[in-house]
Design a protein around this ligand. Sequence first.
Ligand SMILES: *Cc1c(COP(=O)(O)O)cnc(C)c1O
Length: 467
Amino acid sequence: MTAPTPRDLPPVHALLDSPALACLIEPLGRTAVADAARGAIDGARRALLRGEPAELGADALAGRAAERLRSARPGLRPVLNASGVLLHTGLGRAPLAAEAVEAVAAVSRGYSNLEFDLEGGTRGRRSTSVESLIRAITGAEAAAVVNNNAGATVLALRALAAGREVVVSRGQLIEIGGSFRLPEIFEVSGARLKEVGTTNRTRLSDYERAIGPETAALLRVHPSNYRVVGFTESVGIAELSDLAHRHGIAAIDDIGSGALGPGLPPSVDGEPTVAEGIAGGADLILCSGDKLLGGPQCGLLLGSAAAVKRVETDPLMRALRVDKMTLAALEATLRLAIDPALGCRKIPLWAFLSATLDALKGRAEALAAALRDDPGLSADVVESTAFLGGGSLPAEPIPTAAVRVVGPFPAAHPSEGAWSRALRTGDPPVVPRLQGGAVLFDLRALPAGDDARLLDAIRRSCGGPSA
Ligand SMILES: *Cc1c(COP(=O)(O)O)cnc(C)c1O
């Protein structure tokens, strides 16, 4: 019997026809599957040429290619955010602290006391673990956690006001990206929207006149993503709560961004905070977990024990409740947030916000120098503007430093569009900012520890189309 030679290897189409690979063509695409098949055949060829034994059967080689495809990069994967948008909804909003990630891993690997009182051996409450932290940081008596702030809003309106009226200023009937429109949220909740005031000015007397036997609550909504400037007037949460309580109804404050208190996080002065809403007497404060808090996607309903109890006993709570992974990440994030200095070191969003412009410039200089050196790009450092984004203060500019490449762009991708596509489809993907014909790599939302990975990814993007 003669030894097998590369001529005995099966053709690519034989592997594609085998069951192991045939079922992957539709979900992963013919090109990726054919590449993997070719890779498996090449591997066997190299083994034969080295005089080593190799698989020759189409099915065996297809099995090997399928294994590689399965362990290959997933559809949802990490991205280097060089866009300068800190809370980019498309890029998953707030990155989690390492402590939060570890907490998620620890509770999800096995069982946990999610709803189990270890001391009494009886059924417990899901949010107990985060409630005491929230109380310590913000003064809120009680807390419920749901899927996101849109869910929190529907739930709050339903639990406190289904079938009755809720008064809202016309200046606060907002739309937040991704089809969160307040009038539609009202429709879903079963509460009736009663608009008062005008787009630019709403006074306490407007609210007062609207209160009648059908009124269940007054709602303030933070117009997160736009500003009314000039001849404006709105009512603060303390005044609004006072008015509500004089009429025996509830005050709800949707602050959106989730700043916990002054300096939590730093550098976002002027944002409404949970602590301020609690001190102002609001019955319920609603906010997101993955905006300024810098934690996992969730919605927080914080306030009086009585209001939170009504929320928790509403049947909709069951549909919106969060899982153990979210609660673990939230608790770990709050443990860091309770100490502002620790929060700024450990919560990525807080670290991004507190990084000095000089520090960003220093990192950008090093990166630009490396890119000029190899692959020889015309890179310099510019001061620019980063944004918070994510439906929270997108208009609030944050000074930042970026590496700017004005072209000529890499020969393999000669336009800014072609090169940014190569960057986005690389591994890891890089999302830069395109500005005035230049490609900018903004360092405000990039962890300092990722500079080397960014440099590496940019270098690789400069190669051929398949680099
Ligand atoms: C962002 C935001 C929401 C929606 O929050 P999600 O957590 O994205 O569902 C609702 N209200 C306000 C005021 C917001 O800023």
